[in-house]
Design a protein around this ligand. Sequence first.
Ligand code: SF4
Ligand code: SF4
Length: 692
Amino acid sequence: MAELRPYPLSALVRRALTELEARGTLFDLPRRKLYTPSGRHDLRARHHGFVASTPLGPAAGPHTQMAQNIALAWLGGCRIIELKTVQIMDELRIPRPCIDMQTIGYNVEWSQELKLEESLEEYVKGAMLVKILRASGQLEVDPRDQLLYDMSVGYDLAGIRSERVQAFIDGILDCSAIVDRLRAEIPDEFKQYRDLDFPTRLSDTLTLSTFHGCPPDEIEKIIEFLLEEKGIHSTVKLNPTLLGPARARELLGETLGYDALTIPDSAFEKDTQWQQAVDFCGRLGDRAAGLGLSFGVKFSNTLIVGNHRDFFPKSEEVMYLSGPPLHVLAVNLVGRFRETFADRFPISFSAGIDKQNFADAAAIGLCPITVCSDLLKPGGYGRASAYLSELHSRMDAVGASDLPSYIVRAYGEGAAALEALSLAADDPTLAACRAALDGGGDLAAAAGDHMDAWVSATLLRNTRRYVAACTADDRYAQARNAKLPRKVGSHLELFDCLSCNKCVPVCPNDANFVLETPPREQAILKLRRGADGWVAREDGTLTIAKKTQYANFADFCNECGNCDVFCPEDGGPYVVKPRFFGSLADLHEFADHDGFFITGGGAEIHARLGGAAYRVDLAGDQVRYRGPGFDLRFRADDPAATVEGDGPDAEVDLTHYFVIRWIRDAVFAPGQTSYVRLLADEPADAQPHPAT
Ligand code: SF4
Ligand code: SF4
């Protein structure tokens, strides 16, 4: 269903603390994909002065919308979590599908799809979940692990000043009341975690997201308000249109070959111009410094382009581009910004980050380096740990063990940057730095107080090199990014498929999941009530050929469409595969597709199949099966011989009973830890939307 539903912390905790042992996964992320810190590489980085164990983060977007997303990002090695942008308009109607990852990445998404109050609680829940996972002893975690959250708000001053957005920000700054309430929800069997020192101030930093077309004076007023009245270290996310129409179009078209893409003139006319951004950044930097706060910029927002494809509805005139081409545009903006401001402002970065270029973004001193599009590809959150492994390799290649020394060594610019520091020729520091650089020594020890300046001078030189290199790199060009995901021409059905498993990790909300069920064949029974009772006949066979089946938890599925893009079969896993709701009310309300709701510890199953409503109640081996015009009772092991009850004159087909029963049994098979299984075990009053 398009609406997301928060999930109880109690069931999230049960899953987090049982799944790894039971299934070798955590929120469906395989153990081998979990980030393991390296004792040899110190990836600590600073964001507005606060230390995180890695500079990597999920960008404010689909990967930070729900509590389990936050846990998954952390499991992949992300240590600066950009919480999804919230705004006063929190009842959005977004076209579905809203994410097109067939090639480079487009979306028509917007801000949080949960209500403001739900978002706050979801973020707190995610932070508590991470803390519990960290304390659980089941993972290899650096005892000094440091995780930062960056809140994101939009989109105009009136909205940000509104009571509800203010309550959200204040709630992030002090979430102790929510933490205390949620502590009590940690299940009794895990009560030792109730006393953990959960964060009660989730963040001290904020990134302002503005509308495409937000006037520059509005941006400045919002940041002033955040600095002066909220006392928050602030970042403003800027648009790629800052490059100006000529340069943006040249990069996108002539340089990268995306000739089919058009950037509307209005995008440039309405957006902040370069000089306006330079001016307000200068003023805001001064204002923040005067208040003892930090101000930074983020490159970049997505790029608005005409909707020339047939993926989104034609009612959408524009869409938002991300991925490889945005990387080049945003890196060019970083270069231009640094030519103006040198290293005065911290730069947060999100644009086409992937395994290959993450280490380059680190080499030019960007932090946080956040990612969205690449995590939507097969592998999902599991791709993140590979970025960090690649960074480890790149650090090893240049003999660096921490990020500052990596910046100095990464591109061989350290020596020239050292000369630019204007140290006296006979200054022993100069000799020590040269010796350390040439001999693989400790750069920080050699440079002493000059280390920050050395890093700063080097990252400016690195930036120039990387701007040139990535602009010329054809891996960002249209020709290298035109291949569509493979489709084989078959259509999905309820059971059985190619079992490629892609739909599970590509879902940012972890809504798709695996069900294990023994392959089976069942004669289809059809029952007719005669003068002497019910008469059964067999008519064909119902078959499950594969042990591994796929299903969808509708409460976490906002119908973004991403799993459909990567599924080799047609139809969309979130549409065709068994779709479970967390409440009966939602099963009834969202009746566009078939679905299931299981409650009563698995004893009560509601289903909509072929558009018709069914209900199965189980009591030992006794079954009550209700559907359109019938209400039957029989023994599970022999329905034909034991059936009784009311029915129509026409035959009652037991096919749907067997489908419901198999699906229910798969959900409740030993070792199953799906959201559906755990929710069915929750007491009714702990469920978000109790059955009606
Ligand atoms: S299940 Fe598919 S459509 Fe639903 S949220 Fe996940 S990726 Fe999107
Ligand atoms: S539903 Fe599609 S993506 Fe999912 S396992 Fe089956 S074939 Fe693969």
